[in-house]
Write a protein that binds this ligand. Structure first.
Ligand code: PLP
Length: 358
């Protein structure tokens, strides 16, 4: 009775992962307890956390001079953790503004330090990203922050910004969807609830040389150094989230890793964009080279049909296609766990709906 779930987050998780978790729910690995009921200091849970980290390191080829941290609070908490760990109140930090999530990160950083928005696609209503030659960094910037994939606008960077300072990336909605050249980043962070696992968990991958300079007023819970020094167990970590993330990492490895994910993800996105571009009934405003591979927003030529579209989709068990309230229209989020057959089913539905209503 599983539906096709195109939610932007919390999003669909791989079915084999959910099945395994449900099989193990009452008795995790012969412990006689659920994984949620065990001490985070137990040998088993420490080993489980280390295994999840090792799997992520293999998947993303994370070098040894990077720490991997599991923290609670989701990606939004990292909007504050980034400036608190990397900048002091009289420093300058640089941000690229490509949509709603960039804006939130900027607003949070402004509470703690001086933000310069060095590039923005606001003028185009975030239907593109600033080109590399269109922006530059001011002197004495501590870091450059950007969002490689804007979940709401469906806009992605097709390049990694070059900077002489650490590049910090909010990869919440594209992590693990394709190979990532980790050494080009100072910090990568992501909320879990799209390609990693349950909401509330954040994964931070940080170059170790950037640890240890948090501001003195940085809360202990946000201090990456403290988290890294304590194996992500400064306090009681979200053990169930880490367990599930570990299962997802294992599943991705079994699929052939990030190269394999990228091939399938490109095919999935192409299926929808091809349909949207060749059918007058649908439109996507994002410039072609900046289109997201994970979040495909689209509008209907006649927006008075939006309600009918969503109702018919729901009847066909195609769920959560309503666009974000700030942009309207529709959005299909097609993360790793949304397989090709789900996307093909959506494409068929869209073609049929256009025929019936065009
Ligand atoms: N950044 C991006 C790109 C997102 O898509 C989201 C959530 O959808 C967030 C940050 C916020 O994540 P969280 O709700 O875990 O704080």
């Amino acid at each position: 009775n599983r539906a096709y779930n195109f939610c932007a987050g919390p999003a669909a998780l791989p079915e084999p992962v959910l099945m395994r978790a449900s099989e193990e729910m009452m008795d995790w690995q012969g412990s006689g307890c659920s994984v949620m009921e065990m001490s985070h200091r137990s040998t088993e849970i420490v080993a489980m956390t280390e295994a999840a980290e090792a799997s992520l390191r293999r998947l993303m080829a994370i070098p040894d001079d990077y720490a991997v941290i599991f923290q609670q609070g989701g990606a939004s908490q990292q909007f504050a953790a980034v400036p608190l760990n990397l900048a002091h109140s009289d420093d300058v930090v640089a941000y690229l503004n490509t949509g709603q999530w960039s804006k939130k990160a900027i607003a949070e950083a402004q509470r703690f330090t001086n933000v310069e928005v060095v590039g923005s696609s606001q003028a185009s209503n975030f239907t593109e990203v600033p080109k590399a030659e269109e922006w530059s960094l001011p002197a004495n910037t501590r870091y450059l922050h950007y969002c490689p994939n804007e979940t709401i606008g469906g806009v992605r960077f097709n390049y990694i910004p070059e900077a002489a300072v650490p590049v910090v990336a909010d990869m919440s909605s594209m992590i693990l969807s394709e190979p990532i050249d980790v050494p080009r980043f100072g910090v990568i962070y992501a909320g879990a609830q799209k390609n990693i696992g349950p909401a509330g968990l954040a994964v931070i991958i940080v170059k170790k040389s950037l640890l240890g300079s948090a501001r003195s007023d940085c809360p202990a819970m946000l201090d990456w150094q403290k988290a890294a020094d304590n194996g992500s167990m400064y306090n009681t970590p979200p053990t169930f989230g880490i367990y599930l993330a570990g299962l997802v990492f294992e599943w991705i490895e079994a699929q052939g890793g990030l190269d394999a994910m990228a091939v399938v993800n490109r095919r999935k996105a192409a299926m929808l964009y091809d349909l949207i571009d060749t059918n007058d009934f649908y439109a996507n405003p994002v410039e072609v080279e900046s289109r997201s591979l994970m979040n495909v927003p689209f509008t209907l030529a006649d927006s008075s049909l939006d309600k009918a579209f969503l109702a018919d989709a729901e009847a066909a068990r195609l769920l959560n296609l309503k666009g974000h309230r700030s942009v309207g229209g529709m959005r299909a989020s097609i993360y790793n766990a949304v397989d090709e057959s789900a996307v093909a089913t959506l494409a068929e539905f869209m073609t049929d709906f256009a025929k019936r209503n065009g």
